[in-house]
Design a binder for this molecule. Structure first.
Ligand code: VNL
Length: 394
């Protein structure tokens, strides 16, 4: 009552414009979004930036009376740069949120700063299990790699895949993939006949594919980060592994929606496990894909885009819940246990771990209306990160 009286009085005295300036827009909330827009991980930056801009275009730039200002910074996925940029954003720009982080090392580089400054660090891309344990201010809307790898192992053994060679990019999320897949696969009676690791930067897969082929596995379990799948698939086919009857399995990063359509018909039939496909059959996803493609000259959203889009939702919803209070601890507390429907399906933030809980789908590459898609055909509902559960049991 008192408040509406004051507003009414203010309107009478100064006119609407003055009210809008003073009582409604009390300050600005800055989101520092750090993501690789250049270098080998630039497809992740391109996808995420398109998605966060779409979210703002759809939901406006005012939340709980605050004006949202998005500051996008390119770190080229170089951790030292990420750290320096984050420091500047905290000290000079006084950001309320830090978000983005295209690869695990860049997310880790910022964790101590987030803790010290009590600024929420919203991880919208990187996927190593332990990231969320590095700061109580980290909340994740992307994924934990083991969430996809464990269901993949379950599906593989039940579907006649007994001998596997694992092939991974030799850094934290790859090692997460190798370990979580192998533990589940072996427990269920599968056999890993070789474990191959190759460098993250500029990998030449050919010699490693030859070594894998020589082991005559039923399938190659592959983890490469988003953006490298096309090169892997091209070399897999060039080396004749598909003709030898060897299948590709793994988390969905290798058949990333950003690249899938250009991979050629050789990938038809490839089965992977992942939390997002642009083909996901829901009204929310159909609207998301249509709006994303319209705003971005037909570019198809991939799982990174969805991580960014959901990250924006999380920050908007937390601000609403705190009534515009920008205290970092209050915002993180507001995020714990939050649930909503994402383009990927129903999701929530685990209140204990601050990590995402989402469905994992088993999908097969098919051609639909002349385009290649990951078509979902089975669902593991509400999967929590099995990587953290395994840590706790030790
Ligand atoms: C990571 C994991 C990066 C999965 C990815 O793409 C990915 C990471 C850039 O945690 O570094 O697909």
């Amino acid at each position: 009552m008192a408040r509406s009286f004051v507003i009414a009085a203010a309107i009478a005295a100064f006119g609407l414009a003055a009210v809008a300036d003073t009582s409604l827009a009390q300050g600005t909330v800055k989101i520092g979004f750090i993501i690789p827009m250049t270098g080998p991980q630039q497809s992740t930056g391109k996808q995420e930036v398109a998605a966060v801009k779409l979210y703002m275009a759809q939901h406006g730039d005012t939340v709980a009376g605050k004006k949202i200002e998005l500051i996008i910074k390119d770190d080229g996925a170089v951790p030292d740069k990420t750290k320096r940029i984050a420091q500047e954003l905290i000290v000079n720009d006084k950001v309320t949120f830090l978000a983005g982080f295209g690869i695990t090392p860049t997310a880790l580089a910022v964790a101590p700063l987030a803790t010290q400054a009590k600024v929420p660090e919203i991880v919208t891309a990187a996927g190593t299990s332990f990231i969320t344990e590095r700061s109580p201010y980290i909340v994740r809307t992307s994924f934990a790699v083991p969430q996809s790898c464990v269901p993949m192992a379950d599906w593989a053994v039940k579907n006649g895949i007994k001998r596997v060679v694992t092939m991974i990019s030799d850094y934290a999320p790859g090692i997460d993939a190798e370990k979580s897949f192998t533990a589940e696969f072996v427990k269920n009676g599968g056999k890993v006949v070789d474990a191959i690791r190759f460098p993250l930067a500029n990998p030449d897969f050919a010699p490693f594919l030859q070594r894998a082929a020589d082991r005559k596995p039923d399938a190659v379990f592959i983890f490469v980060p988003s953006g490298q799948g096309s090169i892997f698939v091209r070399q897999f086919v060039q080396k004749g592994l598909d003709k030898a009857g060897i299948k590709i399995i793994g988390p969905g990063d290798v058949v990333d929606d950003d690249l899938l359509n250009g991979m050629g018909d050789q990938v038809i039939g490839t089965v992977t496990a992942h939390f997002y496909s642009a083909d996901h059959d829901s009204a929310v996803n159909k609207a998301f894909v249509a709006a994303f493609e319209k705003a971005n000259h037909g570019m198809r959203p991939n799982f990174m885009a969805v991580g960014g889009y959901d990250g924006m939702h999380l920050m908007y919803a937390a601000l609403k819940k705190t009534g515009g209070n920008t205290d970092g601890t209050a915002l993180v507390n507001a995020m714990k246990g939050m649930s909503w429907e994402s383009p990927r399906g129903p999701i929530s933030i685990d209140p204990q771990t601050r990590d995402i809980i989402h469905n994992v789908y088993i999908r097969r590459v098919e051609k639909k209306n002349g385009q290649l898609y990951n078509v979902e055909f089975a669902t593991f509902p509400a999967v929590k990160d099995p990587g953290k559960a395994a840590e706790k049991k030790k």
